[in-house]
Design a protein around this ligand. Structure first.
Ligand SMILES: Cc1cc2nc3c(=O)[nH]c(=O)nc-3n(C[C@H](O)[C@H](O)[C@H](O)COP(=O)(O)OP(=O)(O)OC[C@H]3O[C@@H](n4cnc5c(N)ncnc54)[C@H](O)[C@@H]3O)c2cc1C
Length: 237
């Protein structure tokens, strides 16, 4: 069986993230009309095309937090990201996930190595941290030390598996910087909640880049909904 990343297309539906990651919109059933018709069924009305009044309706629903009409759609994403990013992602319970299993398949040696400019220090208090660049020397040292841990962990993992230790146990040595992959199916309401929290200044930089990619794919499918979300200070309905 071929690895799931072999057939990655380079179309507009795939956005490369970090050194080995991506966000790929695998499929969707999503447009602005689904919001409009979800709301207009209250009056037994249905539209086939968006009008100016429908754009206004979407803005009203967003502003007054009538959230349920934003649920009649679905985005199915295929994501590849470091395990520590996936852990943050999986906290978003409204949506469905299936993840790569290191019980059933052998881990790869793809690990997240931050670019030198992403090696940062945190200053301030919990809840009010800001992140500042470190010297070039410290950035290089951090990258070297992180890579050395990855190399050693993967060597140990490989040795244990080859010696006959079960993959489900050998994976215990894998660092959270290892890449995983998963499918995520989500509706626009929960997606906007994700984006408002994760494509935000206070979100961790590594997940923020993924949330930016998710947001741009969402905006392409539901432009008026996205516009209303932004106009609403990026608060999900
Ligand atoms: C910057 C940042 C720092 C964080 N730090 C931590 C941390 O230190 N520790 C930690 O544990 N988590 C942390 N989190 C995770 C955070 O607490 C949320 O679990 C995560 O952001 C998911 O948000 P959510 O519950 O709104 O999303 P979802 O789970 O997708 O839920 C969407 C919405 O559905 C409703 N909902 C879902 N489940 C319930 C429920 N059980 N009861 C009532 N309403 C529900 C809520 O309205 C919710 O907003 C952090 C998140 C961010 C963005």
């Amino acid at each position: 069986m071929r690895p799931m990343t072999d057939h990655l297309d380079e179309s507009a539906s795939t956005i490369r993230v970090h050194d080995h990651g991506f966000v790929r919109l695998d499929d969707s059933m999503a447009d602005d009309l689904s919001v409009v018709n979800g709301a207009r069924v209250s009056f037994a009305k249905r539209k086939d095309e968006m009008s100016g009044a429908d754009e206004g309706l979407i803005r009203f629903l967003m502003r007054d937090r009538h959230g349920s009409p934003f649920e009649h759609n679905a985005f199915r994403f295929h994501i590849r990201c470091p395990i520590f990013v996936a852990r943050e992602w999986f906290r978003h319970r409204i949506g469905s996930f299936n993840e790569f299993s290191m019980r059933y398949a052998k881990a790869t040696d793809d690990f997240y190595l931050p670019a030198a400019e992403d090696v940062r220090t945190q200053v301030g208090k919990p809840g009010a941290y800001s992140f500042e660049p470190v010297s070039g020397e410290l950035a290089a040292q951090a990258r070297d030390e992180i890579q050395a841990v990855y190399d050693q962990a993967f060597d140990t993992y490989t040795r244990l598996v080859e010696a006959g230790v079960a993959r489900e146990l050998a994976r215990a040595v894998m660092p959270v910087g290892a890449y995983t992959q998963f499918y995520w199916t989500v509706n626009a309401r929960a997606l906007m909640n994700f984006v408002s929290l994760r494509n935000a200044e206070f979100a961790q930089r590594e997940i923020r880049v993924y949330a930016e990619a998710v947001e741009s794919l969402f905006a392409a499918k539901m432009p008026f909904t996205h516009e209303a979300f932004v106009a609403n200070n990026r608060v999900a309905p």
